[in-house]
Write a protein of this length. Structure first.
Length: 425
């Protein structure tokens, strides 16, 4: 053996020892190619540029719901965070199947607010449905679809948020599950008197009428039958709805109903309209809209409009003609249409159909009983709307209805109108 060969033997031995040490450190590393006499290159740490997953890696492939958490090739399942409408609960399931899920809000409730997440929304992987896509509600449903949001990866706080959300919700202190605690006052301790309940403030009611309703100040003072509210009475002869009024029996031309409402409506929450006998049915719908919208604009929440007595002999001043039946049809249509939620139709015609003795010969103007009857009906209507007891019994000696029922069908059910002259006269 020559000296040159003997010098190479130690070098080859050292190289073999280095290779053996490398294989012992990483048992999965491939041995160096035969005959090279050099060691394998060191593997780059995860998360650095150029790192790729091996063919046998368990990482989820792109496009199937996996999101990058900062380490290329090391994908994590996207946590699905769902906001449950009306409950305030957040549930999360890490590793749930990819793709959007939706939660329908109950009918009549606004859609639930999407769960917040840190960072900005990452673009959807190729071939996957965007996580923010919501499934629209069906035509047969009134519910609003709310999309589930998959937060983007990258921060460890996302994992913490998903784990926190996956925990069972805290016990609800009161009420049904998912509902906020009751704000009602606690029940008094045994032996203690209940806390007093403050009554709601009374309504402030503006009554605008032509000469028919003016009988409440002409035929008799009907104010004793006006109960349960604060009333402002503007009752004028020959008044019209929105056009110029005619010359009244008291020697002047009163302002029309629209002007009276504009001047006096502010500060009232309820309007009662007893005007229209001096108007044409051809202009009635337009007049109705003006009056109604003005009342709403003034903050009036309830517009009570009385129907007109139809089979009457009243002659409209200035030779005008009116079909009160057609005007009543407009009122009922407006009430049923849904576009006038503040409207309540007071069925004066149906209520007094069997009470001709309440009226003068023209069938429109009140006698004393008619004046008290209208005031009593207004009070009963307000009590019914508020859920209060009636202002008086239906007849002397009877119990007061509590709560007050809808009064209009009662004359047919109880054999006639209430004897108001006995109740208030």
């Amino acid at each position: 053996m020559t000296p040159r060969v003997r010098q190479r033997i130690p070098v080859l031995a050292v190289a073999a020892l280095v290779v053996a040490a490398a294989c012992a450190t990483d048992p999965t590393a491939d041995p160096p190619p035969a005959g090279t006499g050099t060691t394998a290159a060191a593997t780059a740490p995860p998360g650095t540029a150029g790192d790729t997953a091996s063919p046998g890696s368990a990482a989820a492939p792109r496009g199937e719901g996996a999101l990058d958490d900062g380490a290329a090739g090391q994908a994590r399942p996207a946590p699905l965070v769902t906001v449950v409408p009306g409950s305030g609960e957040i549930t999360a399931a890490a590793g749930s199947p990819a793709g959007p899920t939706t939660t329908a809000s109950p009918a009549g409730q606004p859609p639930a607010q999407e769960a917040e997440h840190s960072g900005t929304d990452a673009p959807a992987p190729t071939g996957a449905v965007p996580a923010s896509t919501a499934v629209p509600p069906t035509a047969a449903s009134d519910t609003t679809a709310t999309s589930t949001v998959a937060p983007p990866g990258g921060a460890t706080t996302d994992h913490a948020r998903a784990e926190d959300a996956a925990r069972p919700p805290a016990e609800v202190p009161s009420g049904e599950a998912g509902q906020p605690p009751s704000s009602a006052a606690p029940a008094p301790a045994p032996g203690e008197p209940p806390a007093p309940v403050e009554p709601a403030p009374p309504r402030r009611v503006l009554v605008i009428s032509d000469s028919s309703g003016a009988g409440m100040r002409w035929a008799i003072d009907a104010r004793p039958a006006l109960a349960g509210a604060e009333f402002t009475l503007d009752l004028e002869s020959c008044r019209r709805l929105i056009t110029r009024s005619c010359n009244g029996r008291e020697g002047y031309v009163p302002g029309n109903a629209l002007r009276a409402l504009t001047n006096k409506g502010e500060g009232h929450d309820t309007l009662v309209v007893l005007t229209g006998y001096n108007d044409s049915d051809r202009e009635f719908e337009t007049a109705f809209e003006y009056i109604y919208q003005t009342a709403v604009d003034l903050g009036i929440g309830t517009v009570i409009w009385a129907t007109y007595r139809e089979d009457v002999g009243y002659s409209v001043p200035d030779g005008a003609r009116a079909s009160y039946a057609a005007m009543n049809e407009v009122l009922w249509a407006k009430a049923a249409g849904g576009a006038h939620p503040a409207l309540h139709v007071l069925d004066w015609w149906g209520y007094t159909f069997e009470a001709p003795e309440w009226f003068a010969r023209d069938g429109v103007h009140y006698r004393a009983a008619g004046a008290l009857g209208m005031a009593d009906l207004i009070s009963r209507t307000l009590a019914h709307l508020d859920g209060r007891p009636c202002p008086a019994p239906w007849a002397p000696g009877e119990a007061v209805d509590d709560p007050c029922p809808l009064p209009y069908p009662l004359p047919q059910e109880r054999g006639g109108v209430p004897p108001v002259l006995e109740l208030y006269g």
